[in-house]
Ligand binder design. Structure first.
Ligand code: ADP
Length: 508
């Protein structure tokens, strides 16, 4: 223990030994050969660690970098031993020399241990030749899969291409060259643009540039020049392939022939246009003949009224004269003739109303339906008294925007029907309901009712279900026409011997 303490407390002392020059017999040559060699070895050993450190700092991903550091330390220590050996010729610092040697020994064993640890891994490292072989194998696999993909692309009926991120094409499949009659060299880079129809080219390039800038999918229909010099419609699509950082690495695109589809569409469009035009003309013709018919009905019924009034008046006079002089049969004939004339008169009247109830001349204004029902009651006062009928309203009827005269006509027709086609004491109820579409007004009676199979037929002109009761078969047709002109709807529900309800829907 004393030795150790003595050793370390006198570590740098050199008095106990003579300098090496005086130890034994050295010739000048032998001594300097020793010294210079040691110094050269030391310099070399000091340089090697620097080179090693420089190497691992510059070269990224060097396997086992720690071992380089250890080697560096070990060689540095070796160099120091040699330097001290040279120094000892003048300064015999044998204790320092012993410590440096110990450090060198530790560094060398540390390096050996580390080497031993990494040896299995180091064995698995590939030599450049082995690496080259792996690269070649992978390259050939890659070639095989590229070949496979190209074979697939060539077998497809579409044009298939790939492009670099800047949009220039670097591949076209076989169908492209067959379709266009061009070689790959005549299409690659940006030469394919010549195939696009001049009218579609600007739009295509504009859209393609947009996709290149924003990376979004591309889609457009355009015409491509075929080998026969004709243009064919194609649907072009392109999709960007990205790496793990979402950077575009290439574009993959197709162009599908849609010529047949386009032609079929054009043909269909042409046919639809022709048919629409035919329909338009037919509609105009129909509208014209409808107008003509309505005008004719209006004029005819108007002009028929005057002579009919004369006939009715004279028949009245004849009836008065004949009652005094003639026999019962003649009176009966004349009475029937008067009846027929009166029926004819109301028929002509209704025809006139029907013909006139068109949109032309429709005067819309706020109309209070309460008031309309009151007006109708006044108009049919006689009939109500005769049949002891009653018309009442349930709830407050609304004020609507409508043609007043037509509203009177509409409600009068419905109310009169409820009284006419009724075996009981007629009770007519007018009520209203409201929803988001508009008002629903109902006119219900307690009359004979209508069999369900006739419910839709009764709105047709001249449809009559009760021939024993006077009528013209025009009242409901007029009602329906009025409702249509007010953009509404009319429908009916009925039960035999219980009653009938007409519903009218009018928009607000
Ligand atoms: P008209 O009453 O002049 O015959 P309409 O067009 O008003 O003509 O009615 C057509 C037919 O529908 C009538 O002949 C009648 O048979 C039937 N009808 C109409 N309203 C009612 C009703 N409220 N109850 C029962 N039957 C009706």
């Amino acid at each position: 223990m004393n030795d150790i303490t003595h050793f370390f407390s006198n570590l740098f002392k050199a008095e106990n030994w003579p300098p090496r020059w005086h130890c034994g017999i050295w010739t000048e040559f032998h001594g300097w050969l020793y010294i210079i060699s040691d110094v050269l070895i030391a310099l070399a050993y000091f340089t090697i660690p620097f080179l090693l450190v420089h190497f691992i700092l510059r070269k990224k991903n060097v396997p086992f970098p720690k071992i380089f550091w250890l080697f560096g330390t070990f060689i540095l220590a070796c160099g120091t031993t040699h330097l001290i050996d040279a120094l000892i010729f003048w300064v015999p610092i044998y204790r320092v020399s012993a410590i440096v040697r110990l450090l060198t020994a530790l560094a060398s064993w540390g390096t050996i241990y580390a080497l031993y640890r990494i040896l299995p891994d180091a064995f698995s490292l590939k030599t450049p030749a082995e690496l080259e072989a792996v690269v070649q194998e992978r390259t050939s696999e890659l070639h095989k899969s590229v070949k496979k993909i190209r074979f697939l692309a060539d077998a497809m009926p579409q044009i298939v291409w790939t492009a670099r991120p800047d949009g220039s094409r670097d591949y076209f499949n076989l169908p492209t060259t067959i379709f266009s009659g061009k070689t790959l060299e005549q299409l690659l880079e940006w030469k394919w643009v010549d195939l696009i129809h001049p009218d579609d080219r600007d739009e295509y390039l504009h859209k393609w540039n947009e996709s290149l800038n924003n990376g979004e999918d591309f889609e457009m229909e355009k015409r491509l020049l075929g080998a026969d010099g004709k243009y064919y419609w194609h649907l072009s699509r392109a999709h960007a392939q990205r790496d793990e950082n979402a950077n575009i690495i290439m574009w993959v695109g197709t162009a599908t022939d849609i010529e047949m589809q386009k032609r079929a569409n054009e043909l269909l469009e042409k046919q639809v246009n022709e048919r629409t035009e035919e329909l338009r003309k037919a509609n105009i013709k129909l509208a014209n003949s409808n107008d003509d018919l309505e005008n004719f009905a209006a004029i005819a019924s108007h002009d028929l009224q005057a002579p009919l009034r004369t006939i009715t008046n004279y028949l009245g006079l004849i009836h008065k004269t004949v009652v005094k002089t003639e026999d019962g049969i003649t009176i009966d004939f004349i009475t029937r003739t008067i009846d027929a004339a009166s029926r004819m008169s109301s028929l002509i009247n209704n025809l006139l109303i029907y013909a006139r109830s068109s949109t032309a001349g429709l005067k819309k204004e706020p109309v209070d339906l309460e008031e309309i029902v009151e007006l109708v009651k006044e108009n049919i006062h006689e009939l109500l008294t005769e049949k002891q009928g009653q018309v009442k309203t349930s709830g407050k009827l609304p004020v609507i925007n409508a043609d007043k005269l037509q509203m009177v006509q509409l409600f009068q027709n419905l109310i009169v029907n409820g009284i006419k086609y009724n075996d009981k004491t007629p009770l007519i109820t007018v009520s209203t309901d409201e929803n988001e579409n508009g008002y629903i007004i109902s006119v219900s009676d307690n009359g004979k009712g209508i069999e369900s199979q006739y419910l839709s037929k009764i709105f047709e002109v001249f449809t009559r279900l009760h021939s024993d009761i006077k009528g013209t078969g025009l009242g409901l047709s007029i009602a329906q026409k009025i409702i249509q002109h007010h953009n509404g709807k009319i429908w009916v529900e009925s039960e035999i011997n219980v009653g009938t309800t007409f519903f009218i829907m009018l928009p607000k």
